[in-house]
Design a protein around this ligand. Sequence first.
Ligand SMILES: [Zn+2]
Length: 378
Amino acid sequence: MFKLIHTDKSTKARLGKLTTAHGEVDTPVFMPVGTQGTVKAISTEELKGLGAEIILGNAYHLYLRPGLDIIRKAGGLHKFMGWDKPILTDSGGYQIFSLATLRKLSDEGAEFSSHIDGSKHFITPEKAVDIQRIFGSDIMMILDECVHYPAARDYVEQSLELTTRWARRAKEYFSRPETIDHRPKTSMRQLLFGIVQGSTYLDLRKKAVDGLLKIGFDGYAIGGVSVGEPENLIHEVAEYTASLLPQDKARYLMGLGTPPDIIEAISNGVDMFDCVVPTRNGRNGQAFTWSGELQLRNAAYKEDLRPIDDKCECFACRNHTRAYIRHLFNTEELLGLRLVSLHNLHFYVKLIQLSRAAIREDRFGDFKEKFLSQYRKR
Ligand SMILES: [Zn+2]
């Protein structure tokens, strides 16, 4: 359940509270990505230490490996991975269309071959709900078709109609009292979010929103962004779509992005984010700081005895230098990728915490302007 607490006076940025079966989450919020039931190289204790409030798991990956039986036996994904705070799971729609091979779409569902061993699978909107019920996800996503950019208008329109029909089936199935639910009966129910598609066609985005609002969901995600389109279109589509969504429901921009992307989207009224960038880029030595992006493997840092960011209070910055971290990457020591991942996640969490404070005090516009003017992209 989402409660809107305050809207910034100078932008559309919002402060809210999302209540789930595993606790409350303040929004805006950044969700570290734990695709395989782990935020790569980071323990759940470290995640809590840096202030992560909710993480994302991926239904497609976890359904294929380790599979539903072991997660059910473990008592759900929270117990299986040792994380007792909220989890949002993606339905797998995006991965079926980006990773799986030999996929065949029908009104009934999506048939595909696993990218791991070629085994055949068939996922329907109802099965995507069942899978996420077995996981015990606090927030489930509907099965959708994620269309890449560029896509012909006719195709997008047809795809959108399919996604809307799937959304209706998912909601109907989710609402049936006899649908399996493996969680203790005392906790609040799982939440189900709809996903707005429509590519870069604004009128189709509107049609998608109208279709989903008629069905009614606990929250709404803006999907199919950052799938190859130019940067200005990403924000135009996100801003327009966010403006169509109801005030009293959470808005989640899927799979975005860099720190400037997130700040831009917050100012457009988006509440929730997930992105692999802080960990994936961290494993390659790229650090995000208040002054911009650094590639710590560069020779320039060989004798640089400053921390990654002198304003940062993370474990890496309190204890280690750029020169040391460069040395770790140079010698392929695992600690290097862990330190930069930890720093990056800490930075994202801090960026969001300071954004919340700025919204609360009606100065998010100034905060955004100052942040963007100091931030240098590589
Ligand atoms: Zn740091």
